[in-house]
Design a protein around this ligand. Sequence first.
Ligand code: AMP
Length: 142
Amino acid sequence: MEKNCVFCKIIAGEIPATKVYEDDKVLAFLDIAPFNYGHTLVIPKIHCHCFTEIPPDTLAAMMAAAQKLAVAVMRATGAPAYNLLMNNGQVAGQEVPHAHLHIIPRLVDDTVSFSAPQKRYDGEALTELAAKIQERLAKNAN
Ligand code: AMP
């Protein structure tokens, strides 16, 4: 438990949340300021700042819960689609520094938008960057 973390406080029962799922590793509750009604947050019960800090067994439990929750949220709201979203780091828009997966039900013609202009690679930049990433992966594997 991290002292000033709002999601740790929810886990500890120190502040209220509208919970929809709980097991020994994972908690899910409704987002207080939803993009659409039914917007749900899935969080690890241990304090991790972001995706890359979550232990694999906890991450597996989060994803298994998220899969069931996505179906339940769609059925409960009548939404035909959903986004799974995770902001990791302040620059990526993360406001609460306790890892959380957003399940956002999507409705026909809703005003939710995550779009931005897309870039194109010049020359060899695409294959060079792919090689760099593979190099980093190989280093981490050793
Ligand atoms: P992010 O920008 O990815 O860090 O998203 C944080 C999300 O947490 C936002 O969508 C907030 O509306 C939501 N949030 C913050 N505090 C609470 C709370 N006490 N209960 C439920 N949702 C919260």
